[in-house]
Design a protein around this ligand. Structure first.
Ligand SMILES: Cc1cc2nc3c(=O)[nH]c(=O)nc-3n(C[C@H](O)[C@H](O)[C@H](O)COP(=O)(O)O)c2cc1C
Length: 332
């Protein structure tokens, strides 16, 4: 991994991943593409490609584009959802999951992230190839299961987060997970958008942060300008949790889409069927076509802290500078 110049915010996560700052950009379907991931990695964080919107062949092309744009470490985020074939009791990963995993392993990407579910045997295979594995959890039970499966880093994501989210708030979840999986490194996620959030996460015992929503509102984030500007415009009550988009609890901008599905809860199919039938076209409508009133616009509560659309490098350097100022101000 690349050599790292130490900063005030240097943590063991920086050494583990070969990054300058302990700042990771979240895998986000439709948003987290090569331009964003490469910009984050170039600026000293960990850029991450989302697999969810792509075919395995498209994911491979995106991995290669990142490598054309940067020689720094980056990751690939896969939703390890399971499905059960009709009449069968056995749960298995879908063909897409297997396809994305094969591509990520074959391309020897530096880091694989399980954004959902358990990567299972892919963890051991990744380790054999020198690939680090990180996995998201929304409660302590999932965190323990990830450690039992051998992941290198657990990402503890609080209820504030955009996209799929659990029920436990970050202020409780993050230290609880740190305690439960020690000495395994933990990354904090959900509601973090600036240097204050970064310092708070470190104070809770995390070794780094995983930010989604803040990186949508960047020049390099893939998405329609209406989507980015809506994130800037809404306040702390502008999001809502809905199962209408994917079949799982998912935080979205409150709009006609979420209001419509509040009336149709009985029709919601389990993940990933609801995503294929409803969530995917609705996500494209909001995130790519810019119809943020009628599409599924995933977004976290941290939109309350986001006041502008900026280049990635500004976001990361601004965050680091603010975190250093906060640290200097704290009583000793
Ligand atoms: C637009 C959007 C799309 C997302 N898609 C994915 C995804 O494909 N895979 C995944 O693991 N998480 C996904 N998430 C969750 C993020 O990875 C991340 O955990 C979350 O955004 C962190 O919270 P924050 O938005 O408050 O920073 C998504 C989040 C958003 C906002």
């Amino acid at each position: 991994m690349a050599s790292v110049t130490k900063t005030l915010l240097h943590t063991r996560l920086c050494d583990l991943l070969g990054i300058r700052y302990p700042i990771c950009q979240a895998g986000m379907a439709f948003v987290a593409r090569s331009r964003l991931a490469a910009a984050v990695s170039e600026a000293g964080g960990l850029g991450v490609l989302a697999a969810a919107h792509a075919s395995p062949a498209e994911l491979r092309a995106e991995i290669r584009r990142v490598r054309d744009l940067t020689d720094k470490p980056f990751g690939v985020d896969i939703l390890f959802a399971t499905i059960r074939a009709a009449g069968s009791e056995v749960e298995r990963h879908s063909d897409d999951v297997r396809g994305w995993t094969d591509v990520a392993l074959d391309e020897r990407v530096p880091v694989i992230i399980a954004g959902l579910g358990n990567p299972g045997p892919a963890t051991a295979e990744a380790h054999r190839l020198g690939i680090k594995v990180m996995a998201l959890c929304g409660n302590v039970k999932q965190a323990r299961a990830h450690v039992a499966n051998g992941v290198d880093v657990v990402i503890a994501q609080g209820h504030e987060a955009g996209g799929h989210t659990g029920r436990v708030g970050g202020l409780v979840l993050i230290p609880a997970v740190v305690e439960a999986v020690a000495p395994r490194p933990v990354i904090a996620a959900g509601g973090i958008a600036d240097g204050r959030g970064l310092v708070a996460a470190l104070a809770l015992g995390a070794d780094g942060v995983w930010l989604g929503t803040r990186f949508i509102a960047t020049v390099e984030g893939h998405g329609h300008d209406n989507y980015k500007q809506k994130i800037v415009a809404i306040d702390d009550e502008g999001t809502v949790i809905s199962r209408g988009s994917t079949g799982k609890t998912c935080r979205l901008i409150r709009n006609n889409f979420t209001r419509e599905w509040e009336k149709r809860t009985g029709e919601i199919q389990p993940f990933p069927i609801q995503f294929e039938r409803v969530g995917k076209p609705a996500a494209i409508r909001a995130r790519e076509e810019g119809d943020v009133e009628n599409g599924a616009a995933a977004c976290g509560q941290s939109s309350a802290l986001i006041h502008d659309v900026r280049p990635v490098r500004d976001v990361i350097e601004g965050m680091v500078a603010e975190a250093e100022r906060v640290l200097e101000r704290l009583p000793r």
